[in-house]
Design a protein around this ligand. Structure first.
Ligand code: IPM
Ligand code: MG
Length: 382
């Protein structure tokens, strides 16, 4: 056991030094891309696994239609990025095949179908690797239920916390296992800044800072303290602390949930609570997710590749709304608000009360049928 402990300590020291270097590097802030003045915008398209190619097909049809003029004059290019499949990732033993990553670096923004993450083993999640490699630190997940007064914008820290060393914990065989949660000063500051800037730009007056700082004293304590430090620059916005457990309860409490606007939280809590929030909106199949960095951004569905749906032969019934919401956010991000608005209006029309629904099962619309209806709505021919 002595040898195993010594090896673990050496591993820990290497991790600590690596994370220190990561934090130092993060302090050199890079300017955000100004899409409004950018001459050419390359949108990378990755199908992903499971239901990914099925829902992406509808998103690609919508994108081609919405961006017809921009593509026609060469301002926007839709570019297929191959290789982000579980088969290819297992074959090369890497979360991101090198040629896929290279192709992504040559894009500005990416629309990505869900990818499969094997449980256990050593293959890292493609999502986690992508967020790290492209430094996509802000995960924005909007959830809205207008008839219930719900309009939430979750800002989830997307590159650190429990995720950054999630595949690199320490084990003493037959005895114990330790994973790590890493919170850095620049990492907290930049996600807090993104959330407060969003609040200001969207006329929001409340930011809820959600942690478990009563238990995770060092990491969540730092997160909360730095969010309040950033909040001081936004005197018109109220910043308040909540613990993640009661926040989960609040979201299902109709008496209080309407009061929340921007919800700012560390990585893993953000992962969990946004599935809960999406369910309140109508299911994870309805929610989009924006992964935003200063240079790159990636847009995707909030959910995974749904292997069970594929096994049960229900892939054709997958709901493309989530990836279409992601496309809407992508269009907004690249400074094409009119096209985003057009998509939002068509989506609202197709999902309004009384419209035929995609249920994820044979009793509902197929993904392709929903896509047809959406395209008709986009053409203004419903
Ligand atoms: C999400 C997903 C991912 C995450 C998985 C696929 C790694 O659940 O985007 O919320 O945990 O972040
Ligand atoms: Mg999740």
């Amino acid at each position: 056991m002595e040898t195993a402990i010594k090896a673990a300590v050496a591993q820990y020291e290497a991790l600590l030094r690596e994370q220190y270097a990561r934090a130092e590097k993060m302090k050199q802030a890079s300017p955000a891309t100004d899409f409004a003045s950018k001459q050419k915008i390359v949108i990378g398209l990755c199908d992903g696994d499971g239901i990914g190619p099925i829902i992406m097909k509808e998103a690609k049809r919508a994108a081609a239609l919405l961006l017809r003029d921009e593509i026609g004059c060469g301002r926007v290019e839709l570019r297929e990025i191959p290789g982000l499949t579980i088969e290819r990732r297992l074959a090369c033993g890497q979360a991101l095949p090198p040629e896929t990553l290279e192709a992504m670096y040559a894009c500005d923004v990416i629309l990505k179908g869900p990818t499969t993450t094997p449980k256990g083993g050593s293959l890292e999640s493609a999502n986690v690797a992508l967020r790290r490699e492209l430094d996509l630190y802000a995960n924005l997940r909007p959830v809205s239920v207008p008839q219930e007064g719900i309009d939430w914008a979750f800002f989830r820290e997307n590159t650190e916390g429990e995720y950054v060393l999630g595949s690199r914990g320490i084990e003493l065989p037959e005895t114990l296992a330790m994973d790590f949660k890493v919170t850095t000063v620049p990492g907290c500051r930049r996600i807090a800044r993104a959330a407060f800037e969003y609040a200001r730009a969207n006329g929001k007056t409340r930011v809820a800072i959600v942690t478990k700082a009563n238990i995770m004293k060092k990491t969540d304590g730092l997160f909360s303290a730095l969010c309040h430090e950033v909040a001081a620059d936004y005197p018109d916005i109220t910043a308040e602390d909540w613990y993640i457990d009661i926040m989960c309860a609040n979201l299902v409490n109709p008496a209080v949930r309407g009061q929340f606007e921007v919800i700012l939280l560390p990585n893993l809590y953000g992962d969990i609570i946004t599935d809960e929030a999406a369910q309140i909106q109508g299911g994870v199949g309805t929610a989009g997710s924006a992964n935003i960095g200063d240079r790159y951004a990636m847009f995707e569905a909030i959910h995974g590749s749904a292997p069970r749906m594929i096994e049960q032969g229900l892939g054709a019934y997958a709901n493309p709304e989530s990836i279409l919401r992601a496309l809407e956010m992508l269009l907004r991000h690249i400074a094409l608000p009119a096209q985003a608005g057009r998509l939002a209006a068509a989506l609202s029309a197709c999902t309004a009360e009384g419209q035929p629904r995609v249920t994820g099962d044979r009793d509902g619309l197929t993904c392709a049928a929903f896509g047809d209806r959406l395209l008709a709505a986009l053409e203004g021919a419903t």
